[in-house]
Design a protein around this ligand. Structure first.
Ligand SMILES: Cc1ncc(COP(=O)(O)O)c(C=O)c1O
Length: 412
């Protein structure tokens, strides 16, 4: 009963779906059609409201995503944060362990490390890409290091080869945060194809969204089974792996994805090609419009064809005291430029009182330990278009916005 044929629901097909309509500006027509479908077939079918065994829309989402991402296993969970938490727990990472993380990301990239009781050790970032600097990561590997957690920030895949090499040499796990990188590829391989696990978000602004949700993608059956046992109802592990599965003990968490969120995300896959193409075109047009502007440096990746284009970050290369004023001038011209998105480096947030976890002190938590990330947050970071803007702006608008910024930058 749960099977959803996306070509026939209420007469909508992928071709009818407007590309600029979800999720930044609300549900797409295709997602709305899916909800109508659910409202019709869900009457009398409890699995649309709660799916303990993960057998209905959740299973369909996982199958579709595994195919799209090119991995053996995808576990759908309630958020990207939950996916990272589950991956760390399933790899047995906890108290006494160290995980090398970036100081420059959304807080949820590292909060799962804190909540498993491990110590985050911060390595610095590269100024060009704002992703983890392999040399700095290598310098911070020690006897307690158990994992490296790279973030595929702003929709491009971090250069993974050096991390995978270090992981092989030192016996570490590589668990990536791919919240921004759904749709990104390197030589035909998705972000999920690198490392032990890659965790995606289906939250607001993501290329495929269920409103909320997350995915743990892995080729490692131990991580998959472990994460399932920790985050899902025991009946799911029983159904998939039989009654003898060691991990069916009913002492886990509930990180299940709501079946309606799964249904929205399945419908979102149909919107994906158009939305990804639009985000890439917006990204390219904006940068063409911006051209060479001395005080504004786009964050540049070597592999732009693979980009998932999660927003448009820039680096302010002018007088740091003029950065805020410049954003005001840009906004007056209709460009939604703002200081952000990270604002304060993650390692410098750990000294605050009343944190809801115990954190073992480490010298990488001190100011001065990650100078590139600190300087970027203090006076350089700019966010020209957010991920949601990337869906609501078209390439022509983006080109004009880039040109306006170029003109403003000439007088700085
Ligand atoms: C880089 C990054 N990591 C992790 C997350 C957490 O994802 P979620 O909000 O689905 O928990 C986000 C959320 O946007 C994110 O941007």
């Amino acid at each position: 009963m749960n099977h959803y044929d996306r070509t026939t629901v209420r007469g909508f097909s992928q071709a009818d779906t407007p590309v600029h309509q979800s999720p930044g500006s609300g549900m797409s027509l295709f997602q709305a059609a899916m909800l109508q479908h659910a409202a019709t077939v869900g009457i009398g079918d409890p699995s649309w409201l709660s799916d303990l065994e993960g057998a209905g829309m959740v299973a369909e989402l996982e199958r579709e995503m595994a195919r799209f991402l090119g991995v053996r296993n995808v576990l759908a969970v309630s958020s990207g944060t939950a996916a990272l938490h589950a991956a760390l727990l399933a790899r047995g990472i906890g108290q006494g362990d160290e995980v090398i993380v970036t100081p420059y990301s959304w807080g949820q990239s590292i909060s799962p490390v804190l909540f498993v009781g491990a110590t985050p050790v911060f390595a610095d970032i590269l100024p060009d890409t704002l992703c983890l600097d392999p040399q700095s990561v290598s310098d911070r590997i020690g006897p307690r290091t158990r994992a490296i957690l790279p973030v595929h920030l702003f929709g491009d895949i971090a250069p993974m080869d050096p991390f995978l090499e270090m992981a092989r040499k030192h016996g570490l796990a590589v668990i990536a945060d791919g919240a921004h990188a759904f749709g990104a590829e390197v030589e035909g391989k998705s972000a999920a194809g690198f490392g032990d696990a890659c965790c995606f978000s289906l939250g607001r602004g993501k290329l495929v969204s269920g409103g909320e949700g997350g995915l743990l993608a892995t080729n490692d059956s131990g991580i998959f089974k472990g994460a399932m046992a920790i985050t899902q109802h025991p009946s799911r592990s029983r159904r998939e792996f039989g009654f003898d599965c060691d991990s069916v003990h009913d002492l886990g968490l509930n990180y299940r994805l709501h079946p309606l969120a799964a249904a929205l995300a399945v419908a979102g896959i149909s919107d994906l090609p158009g939305r990804l193409a639009n985000r890439r075109a917006v990204w390219t047009a904006f940068r063409e419009g911006l051209g060479e502007a001395l005080v504004l440096r786009p964050i540049s990746y070597p592999s732009t064809d693979s980009l998932a284009a999660y927003g448009l970050p820039l680096s302010w290369e002018g007088d740091p005291d003029r950065r805020q004023t410049f954003t005001g001038l840009a906004q007056e011209e209709g460009v939604p430029l703002r200081c952000g998105p990270v604002r304060s480096p993650l390692h410098m947030r750990l000294g605050k009182a009343d944190l809801p976890f115990q954190v073992k002190q480490h010298q990488s938590h001190l100011a001065g330990s990650c100078p590139v990330a600190e300087a970027h947050c203090a006076g350089k970071e700019l966010w020209a278009l957010s991920a949601i803007d990337m869906d609501t702006v078209n390439p022509e608008n983006a080109f004009e916005m880039g040109m306006k910024l170029h003109e403003l930058a000439m007088f700085q």
